[in-house]
Design a protein around this ligand. Sequence first.
Ligand code: AMP
Length: 214
Amino acid sequence: MNLIFFGPPGAGKGTQAKKLVAERGIPQISTGDILRSHTREGTALGKKAKEYMEQGLLVPDQLVIDMVDDRLGKPDAQNGYILDGFPRTVGQAVALDQLLGKRDAEIDKVLVLRVPDEKIVARVVGRRMCKACGSVFHLEFQPPAVQGVCDACGGELYQRTDDTAEKVRVRLNEYAHNTEPVAAYYKQRGIVAEIDGVGDIDAIYQRLTSALDE
Ligand code: AMP
């Protein structure tokens, strides 16, 4: 199954995708994670993307599209995947159709996680990520057993530079203007399921898997 997890920053896309990866064995392809590893490693792409990411702005379409094209060609992506954080513009959605067309594939479902803006800021500002494995925690809603240490791998937890109240407002603005129209793009095809993204992580996962299996 080729899936898109869609929703504003802090909606829980990554958290829910990781649960589905563990259960169904298809990879999560997070453009944010791939871009962050490029910026950490200081690649040419990372250097181009860094400034946009730090400001909370979208990275130019073509950079992300080429990166996704490359990722979809990897062996582990041949039997389905979860796209997390891509496509984020209508231009990216059109390009994705072309990438899928040349591989004779299509998107089966778009799961939209709905969380009101007023809940997003608290979620994002309290978020902590593992430097080593990318696991996601929250200081209040999902704290690690030992402060600053990843439960999954013992790695060091850190706060993303764009997870501040100021940058979240910029990111929500980008989402409203550039990303929300992508939902309408897929709605025309009747493959969109809207999920209430507020509440307990397991309860949201239940809603998500029932929408998936419908
Ligand atoms: P995320 O981890 O999904 O919140 O993404 C973090 C940042 O990476 C975003 O604020 C953008 O700067 C950049 N980014 C991730 N995915 C995309 C995308 N599909 N298009 C443009 N920029 C992206």
